[in-house]
Structures are given as structure tokens and as C-alpha cells.
Design a protein around this ligand. Structure first.
Ligand code: SF4
Length: 258
């Protein structure tokens, strides 16, 4: 049975109590897109450092596009995967410039979420997660990015099918999660996935300490006697789909394409 909006709102309220409430930070949508590219496979501090360094080295996007790839890579070195990210950034800038004749995406602030999504999905390498991040974080529009943690937690909760692809997860969760919950739930599922609903390879879920267990299909299936002990290989045997595959991680943008 599909999860009710009431249940989603209750899970959201519990996680806000646990991890806090979030506000969007309005900023230039293109800056946001570049930040999301830089955030791949690194932490917030290194991502911010790489973005500041990029803006210092290239005060305009014209200069960044015209620069040798190696110079762009050198500017973002602190964020990791520098060569790959530099190529993605320059390709995105080139495509936007060819499409518009400039780099001004400020019209998106007044556009609908669907208009922004349709526009951004034209560009190479800009997938559903990147688009949803730009919308919800920087434009304050309703969108629900699905990263590895969100994907895993939502599978365990039973909000998406165990065999859902990331694309299917984006489509389903966009409908299931009420607009006013999307930002908080996205950020708080990541926090929850890091410390409580951990990946099987990172210690497994700590269902005995989970404040949303009564809403969780997997959590309700764990015997009370098992809740007190560390997650065992028995849990793994019960739900082999806990692992997010490398293919799925690539689709989620968590793993760099080689
Ligand atoms: S009950 Fe367990 S599986 Fe469910 S969300 Fe909590 S930690 Fe994850």
C-alpha cells in the first residue's frame, strides 16, 4: 500500500525534531549548478573552498569557459576529481552559452519548477538529482533530490520499491513527499542515513535507536531481541537490496564515471 501523506508529514516532523529545520539559500542558479558539480564525492568544506577558488581564478563564466582545462582543474583541485569536474563545468558552460548566448539563468527565480526542470534537463550530465538540488536549495522550489542515503532510507521505509531505479525513485518520491516537506526531508534523510540508517557496508541500520521505526517496513520486521545487538549478517540475508549498486550510485551521481 502506498505511504500516506500524513505518514510522510509525521516522519518529517520527527526528523526535524531530531536533526533540525532547513531554509533554502537563494542564489544564482548557475552558481548553484556549478556548486552541485563540485560537491560530488567531497564534503561541504572542500566543495565551498573549490567554488571560492574557481570564482577567484575566473571572476566571470566567460573567462572560465575560455581558459585551458588544466587551469580550471587547478583552481578546483581542493574539491577532488578536479580534471573530471573541470571538464563537466566547461561543457555545461559551453552548452548554456550556445543555447542562450549568455550565462544568465536568473529567469528561473520567477519560473515554475516544471519549467526549470525541463530547461535544465537539456544539458549533458545534468540529471534528476542535480536538477532537484538546484531547485530546492537555491531556488526555493519544490523538488526532492534522491542521493544514496535518501535512496536507501526510502527503500527501507517502503516508500519506493526495493528494485526501484534512481529515476523511478525521483518520480515516485516527488509525488509522495508534500512540497512543504521536501527540503527538510531530503537533508534530514541524509543525516539519518549517515548516523542511524547506515548502509550495510558501514555498520548497517541501528533500528533500535531509530525514532521513525514505527513508520518503517524494515524496522518493524526486526525482532525486539535483535534491536539491542549490532546489525548482523542475518539482516543482510533478509534484504539483499539494501546495497545501492555501483550502477545505481553512478545514476545518483555519487560515483564518477570512468
Ligand atoms: S527503522 Fe531501521 S531501517 Fe527503518 S529507517 Fe530506522 S534505522 Fe532505517
Amino acid at each position: 500500500m502506498p505511504v500516506s501523506k500524513l505518514a510522510v508529514r509525521r516522519v518529517n516532523a520527527i526528523l526535524i525534531e531530531q536533526y533540525g529545520h532547513r531554509q533554502p539559500h537563494a542564489r544564482d542558479p548557475l552558481d548553484g549548478l556549478i556548486l552541485i558539480i563540485l560537491s560530488q564525492a567531497t564534503n561541504d568544506v572542500n566543495c565551498d573552498r573549490a567554488f571560492s577558488s574557481l570564482k577567484t581564478a575566473f571572476p566571470t563564466w566567460d573567462l572560465c569557459l575560455a581558459a585551458p582545462l588544466q587551469n580550471v582543474a587547478d583552481a578546483i583541485r581542493s574539491g577532488g576529481l578536479a580534471n573530471q569536474k573541470a571538464a563537466r563545468i566547461q561543457r555545461l558552460l559551453r552548452e548554456i552559452n550556445e543555447e542562450r548566448g549568455d550565462f544568465d539563468l536568473s529567469w528561473m527565480h520567477a519560473a515554475s519548477a516544471d519549467e526549470c526542470e525541463t530547461y535544465l534537463s537539456k544539458f549533458h550530465g545534468v540529471g534528476p538529482k542535480t536538477i532537484a538540488c538546484v531547485l530546492v536549495f537555491f531556488l526555493g522550489k519544490p523538488a526532492f533530490p534522491v542521493d544514496t542515503h535518501v535512496f536507501r532510507v526510502c527503500k527501507r521505509l517502503g516508500w519506493i520499491r526495493a528494485k526501484s531505479s534512481p529515476d523511478e525513485a525521483h518520480r515516485v518520491l516527488k509525488e509522495i513527499v508534500p512540497d512543504e516537506c521536501k527540503l527538510d526531508l531530503h537533508v534530514n534523510f541524509i543525516a539519518h542515513g549517515r548516523v542511524i540508517c547506515r548502509a550495510q557496508g558501514n555498520g548497517g541500520p541501528r533500528c533500535g535507536q531509530c525514532p521513525i521505526r514505527r513508520f518503517c517496513e524494515f524496522g518493524k520486521s526486526v525482532k525486539v531481541s535483535e534491536l539491542k545487538v549490532a546489525p548482523s549478517s542475518g539482516e543482510r540475508a533478509r534484504d539483499p537490496d539494501f546495497f545501492v549498486t555501483i550502477k545505481q550510485k553512478k545514476e545518483l551521481g555519487e560515483v564518477a564515471d570512468s
